[in-house]
Design a protein around this ligand. Sequence first.
Ligand code: DGT
Ligand code: CA
Ligand code: CA
Ligand code: ZN
Length: 588
Amino acid sequence: MTKNEIADVLSEIATLMELKGENPFKVRAYANGARAIEAIENAEFASMVEEGRLNTVKGIGEALAAKVAELHATGRLAFLDALKASIEPGLVDMLEIPSLGPKKIAVLKRELGVTSIMELERACKEGKVAALAGFGEKTQEKLLAGIRNREAYSRRHLWWKAVGLAAPILHGLRALPGVQAAESAGSLRRRMETVGDLDFIVASSEPRPIVDWFTAIPGVVEVTARGDTKASVRLDGGLQADLRIVPADQYVFALHHFTGSKDHNVQMRQRALERGLSLSEWGLVPASGEGTARDKSARSEGVRAADERALFAALGLSFIPPELREGLGEIEVAEKGELPRLVELSDLRGSFHNHTTESDGRSTLHEMAAAAQALGWDYLGIADHSKSSRQANGLAEDRLLAQVSEIRALNAAGTYRTHVFTGTECDILPDGSLDFDDAVLGELDYVVASVHSAFSQDEAAMTARIVRAVEHPRTTMLGHLTGRLLLEREAYRVDAAKVIDAAIANGVVIELNANPRRLDMDWRLWRRAAERGLLCSINPDAHEANALQLVLAGVNSARKGWLTAASVLNTLPLAKMAAWLEARRSRR
Ligand code: DGT
Ligand code: CA
Ligand code: CA
Ligand code: ZN
């Protein structure tokens, strides 16, 4: 087991013990232990465990060190297994409800005997939860809303998670004998931030064995439909997957149709009709007469298309990338041949919003720099939390300035080919002021300003607060505009248009937070904003070295927002990037 996985296990133990109502000192010992382990460098960690020196680390006693050694050697922990077995699984499910932590769940169980989400819902509806000390009407309403949201959200899945499930299936399909082509279609191919179900399109003249294979893949919990050329299954975790197998000459049309979106398809069909053609999942044929593309005779007079490019060309259009197929004007622009060259992952030369073990990250500065170098990045910006983010171990001035010195020394030593820029993710305080004074901010290469508190302000107050931060002369970019967590937490109320206006007026960048749970600012706002001159920074908000790769999810959303490399700040090569930051600094 790796260091971070072990830290996860210790945090889990802390949560489970709290859930059981155990002694708070014991709970804290595990939580602190997890933190202490996260702060150790990977290489150092392995030798400490092997040499039995872990108990010399502050926050790790003998008993904890023994458990860590067991996990490191075997990947298992008898203590955890016993702990899990002693807790009702329904209590663990309740942790998924926002605003419900282990402490409150323990109270609900002790006072009301609640041990599942269903029982909690009933207790809320009967008003019993509001009557409990420390809960009240407002909390009860919040819990009910949380339970309802959980049901609604459980029908969709994050793109990032869905693509992880789809990739091996697609790989398997392509490897089957008799498969001429296979592709993921639907919202996954359009790179939507969330996905309702997976859609696979396969070209083959021998569908039966493909259906047999698909309905028997590992992870299928239920076959919901099965025919000669199609099937639907439910995968472990609740995601549905649809398969359609078509003859090779229909493949391009089926792929286009099932990629969608519905709006795009409706407009494409309309365009075909205007040209006397009928477009469907089966083909593109003359619209006259009764025949559909399904009839052999009609198909023989149909348009042949070797790929989607040819399909679009047959309707007088340049190729429209799947990300743009949302029926939002892409067809009109493709008709003029003026679709932009969208930003690509390989255009990125670095990123700015990244954490280290100094705040709530799990990788050290060195590990982050090494990972950025491995990605071939020119530069990496470090933006740890500021002092008011206490729950995230935010840095006060002294620690921030010490980090700045460390980073400067690292750059001077030339340890990594990747240059490290010094920054902060500075809290925007409830009144819109920043968490550090101007002199401290002036020491940094850049400042990401973000809201992490007082989420319940009304729209006017929140908007004024963020606009004030954007107008601050030391603000370089605005972090996660709305604070939303997809499928988990609503955005706070903010007038995005006013914030965008302020950012453009002040030359401030808005981030596209690439964490797959955020993707904030939303892609639907980017096209118009970028046309008006707003610059985007695609930021992974990485809390560990591996997470730098999350920029891919940000690139997906940037493409959906029609962004070109010219609108994305972190496509600049190092020299230009440094000059841009310096110009920005001297202007303020
Ligand atoms: P999802 O699964 O909810 O994330 O979204 P999609 O876009 O993957 O939708 P899905 O799986 O229901 O269908 C895949 C594509 O098939 C969809 O994007 C467009 C096409 N399609 C499905 N139903 C219709 C329809 O009623 N009319 C048209 N024009 N196209 C449809
Ligand atoms: Ca779908
Ligand atoms: Ca579907
Ligand atoms: Zn943040």
